[in-house]
Design a protein around this ligand. Structure first.
Ligand SMILES: Nc1nc2c(c(=O)[nH]1)N[C@H]1C(S)=C(S)[C@@H](COP(=O)(O)OP(=O)(O)OC[C@H]3O[C@@H](n4cnc5c(=O)[nH]c(N)nc54)[C@H](O)[C@@H]3O)O[C@H]1N2
Ligand SMILES: Nc1nc2c(c(=O)[nH]1)N[C@H]1C(S)=C(S)[C@@H](COP(=O)(O)OP(=O)(O)OC[C@H]3O[C@@H](n4cnc5c(=O)[nH]c(N)nc54)[C@H](O)[C@@H]3O)O[C@H]1N2
Ligand SMILES: [Mo]
Length: 681
């Protein structure tokens, strides 16, 4: 029994994660005492991950930023506490001065990404749009290549309801690790298994998800298209494709099947993927005999130079086996329900004649440094830690050194914050209102302000309000950001009649009683009416051809390099990219390690616990070695974030796709190679 002096609130984990968990928070005397999963959230069902349960420690971490800070000189570590008034005045003065100097706001750039995906956190974009022309990012560091691949073939990105995976007879997970990155999905996978379904995991690494599978297929990185096309070839030869679906609903079967017949041989598949013929035939037999089959293309798989092609080949396999538009089957990647909302802050229009200038988020430092007329002079960073997560960190360093004013808004002193002039403390999700909608499951939930902002923290929306007010006070009409609107006003804007209808709501306040599920699009493509130009599922895409890509999903050799070891840096159970470093409950493991196979280590005279120097053309850093027989030969594995971010070894490698839907090619972070040498003490 809980004492009666607790107040209870509904919160949502706002991280860029599949699960977007519903949280119940308990507050006593204004303090967040405890969090637990919201039992009314139908997907996360009252359970959180370790990071979620650690929220009380995250919120009250002694490392939280408390006050606005100013550093002089930049990067020196000499910080001075200043007031919000001073901070806002410095920023507003700079913006106005730059506007005067260049006759526009184009010298002003922002870089925001995935720290907080709540709809009200698009206040950053809304604030900049309201100033008219400025320099903003386009593109996506996370999922751009796969997004295009699906868009080419299906015409739109629509995920089946992941809860329907429970009705699958065969679940094939290509390059995702839900045991760490989407933990609630396991209960649906397990439900299917209890009814007899088989689970296959295809991954270069023996992940915790692989450990739970019936079949683990250890594939060489970036060769999935060949495996998928090889399976199609066997099914064609055995006449086990779904000929009705192919005839009635696909476009381009002729050129596609000829390509597979002529160019793909099982010996080639074996040699390139490293998978034995026995396993290739076993997979073909499963695909040929088991329906419905759910296929999950993880975001990890598409972060390579073949990422788009690999996804298209898997799409094709799912299509020709007749698994599309079937309950329990289909292709899982991303669900577009966030786009059902007006996202009023994100889409707050810039005045017609004052449109922003766009730079590629994945080549940000390079692109910004090359801009002229006017050059960028001020940068605003929010919900983002590029000095840990981006590529080309040396260029980033150069960029940050070259600017006149760098402002970072964050909860913690990140590596990027350390290279800023001003650091502004942000609220945690318990300290502000928001609305959160999943990009994987179909649930929507409200995030209530449960406690007052700690110290002097402010939400990104509140910061947008006070900065706008100051700008307009100094230069009337400078920005049209509606700073008089409250959090609740912004929330109500998201609930159009259509949104209320698909979530079965009379008004958004009903969400205070519990999350709701979207009723639309649960079995995508059930009507077989694809959103491509041909209206068919496209095995041959004219759009791809027009964009100078192969029309048919084509097998390309994986990238090679003069450096011999392929570096993989997937997501970690106890981290969200660079986040949660400051939370002791989650620090059960030393993070500055590099995992390597014994044989690769022996060849280099490296032993367990040795400190090694890891290097390539981008840079050099040291880590401690952990040996593991589960790491394949020729691959090394590191975590993201930490004191020595592995991204110092990442350089500009674009994925093959991304332009169509995101306006920029994805990151091919899994195609980076390195070499390692034992460090002499
Ligand atoms: N705990 C935790 N959860 C998270 C995150 C986190 O940081 N921590 N991040 C969130 C975010 S932003 C994202 S994008 C998602 C990502 O989560 P996932 O979609 O699970 O993707 P990753 O963890 O990047 O990679 C998954 C697997 O892909 C494998 N892989 C790499 N290359 C290939 C390949 O060529 N072929 C195949 N078959 N497999 C390959 C990797 O070995 C890895 O095991 O997780 C979200 N959830
Ligand atoms: N090596 C390697 N690099 C990768 C990847 C990989 O697999 N390997 N994955 C890529 C992927 S999938 C992704 S999604 C990106 C992620 O790239 P980022 O979005 O840059 O990653 P995070 O480390 O999550 O940094 C988010 C920051 O936002 C802050 N934050 C949290 N809440 C708020 C808030 O309400 N307001 C503000 N202003 N700040 C807030 C956090 O404290 C944190 O510092 O990394 C990419 N980089
Ligand atoms: Mo991501």
């Amino acid at each position: 029994m809980l004492p009666t002096d607790y107040k209870i609130f509904r919160n949502v984990c706002p991280r860029n994660c599949y699960d977007t968990c519903g949280i119940i928070s308990y507050v006593k005397n204004g303090e967040l005492i405890k969090v637990e999963g919201d039992p009314k959230h139908g997907y996360t069902k009252g359970r959180l991950c370790a990071k979620g349960y650690a929220y009380t420690q995250y919120v009250y971490s002694p490392d939280r930023l408390r006050y606005p800070l100013r550093q002089y000189p930049r990067g020196s570590g000499t910080w001075e506490r200043i007031s919000w008034e001073q901070a806002i005045e410095i920023i507003a003065d700079k913006i106005l001065e730059l506007n005067k100097r260049y006759g526009s706001n184009l010298a002003l750039a922002h870089n925001k990404f995935s720290g907080n995906l709540g709809l009200l956190h698009y206040a950053v974009e809304g604030m900049f749009n309201s100033m008219g022309e400025h320099t903003k990012t386009i593109g996506n560091a996370c999922l751009a290549a796969g997004f295009d691949a699906i868009s080419y073939d299906f015409g739109d990105n629509i995920n089946p309801d992941p809860e329907d995976m429970a009705d699958s007879k065969l679940i094939v997970i290509w390059g995702a690790n839900p045991a760490w990155t989407a933990i609630h999905q396991l209960s649906h996978i397990n439900a299917a298994r209890e009814k007899g379904a088989k689970v296959v995991v295809i991954d270069p690494l023996y992940t915790p998800t692989a450990a739970k599978a019936d079949i683990f297929v250890q594939i060489r990185p970036s060769t999935d298209s060949l495996l998928a096309l090889g399976i199609v070839k066997i099914l064609m030869e055995q006449d086990k494709c779904d000929n009705d679906f192919i005839r009635d609903h696909t476009w381009g079967w002729e050129p596609f099947s000829s390509y597979v017949k002529e160019k793909i041989s099982i010996s080639l598949v074996r040699e390139v993927t490293g998978i034995t013929e026995e396993v290739i035939f076993e997979l073909a037999s499963l695909y040929g005999s088991t329906k419905p089959c759910a296929n999950w293309v993880g975001f990890g798989l598409q972060r390579s130079m073949n990422g788009g092609q690999n996804t298209r080949a898997i799409n094709a396999l799912v299509g020709v086996t007749g698994n599309i538009g079937r309950k329990g089957g289909g292709l899982y990647y991303f669900n577009p329900t966030p786009n059902y909302f007006p996202q009023s802050l994100l889409n707050h229009p810039s005045p017609e004649s004052r449109q922003p200038r766009e730079v590629d988020i994945n080549r940000f430092a390079d692109d910004i440094l090359s801009l002229a007329n006017p050059p960028v002079k001020m940068l605003w960073v929010a919900s983002r830690n590029p000095l840990s997560q981006d590529q080309n960190l040396a260029r980033w360093q150069e960029l940050l050194e070259s600017l006149e004013l760098v402002v970072t808004v964050d909860l913690f002193m990140t590596r990027t914050a350390e290279m800023s002039d001003l650091v502004l403390p942000a609220t945690s999700t318990f300290e502000n209102d928001d609305v959160n909608v999943g990009y994987w499951h179909y649930w929507l939930a409200i995030n209530q302000k449960a406690i007052e902002p700690l110290y002097e923290a402010k939400s990104d929306l509140e910061i947008a309000r006070i900065l706008t007010r100051k700008l307009n006070e100094l230069s009337p009409g400078f920005s049209d950001f509606p700073y008089e609107l409250t959090d609740e006003d912004w929330i109500s804007k998201e609930f159009t009649p259509k949104v209320l209808e698909i979530y079965g709501l009379a008004n958004w306040e009903e969400l205070k009683d519990g999350p709701r599920k979207c009723s639309g699009n649960k079995i995508p493509w059930e009507d077989r009416r694809f959103k491509t130009k041909t209206g068919k599922f496209e095995l041959y895409s004219r759009d791809a051809k027009e964009n100078e890509l192969p029309a048919i999903s084509t097998y390309n050799q994986p990238r090679n390099d003069i450096y011999p070891l392929r570096l993989l840096s997937p997501q970690h159970r106890n981290r969200l990219h660079s986040q949660y470093d400051f939370v002791p409950w989650l620090n059960d493991e030393h993070f500055d390690i590099l995992k390597m196979n014994q044989k690769d280590a022996r060849q280099r005279g490296i032993e367990e616990g040795d400190t090694v120097c890891i290097y390539n053309e981008a840079g050099l850093l040291s880590k401690k070695i952990k040996l593991s027989p589960y790491i394949p030969l020729g691959v090394v594995v590191a975590s993201q974030g930490g004191l020595k971010p592995i991204n110092s070894l990442m350089f500009d490698l674009p994925a093959d796709m991304g332009m169509k839907e995101s306006g920029s090619r994805g990151l091919a972070i899994n195609d980076v190679y390195v070499e390692c040498k034992k460090q002499v003490k």
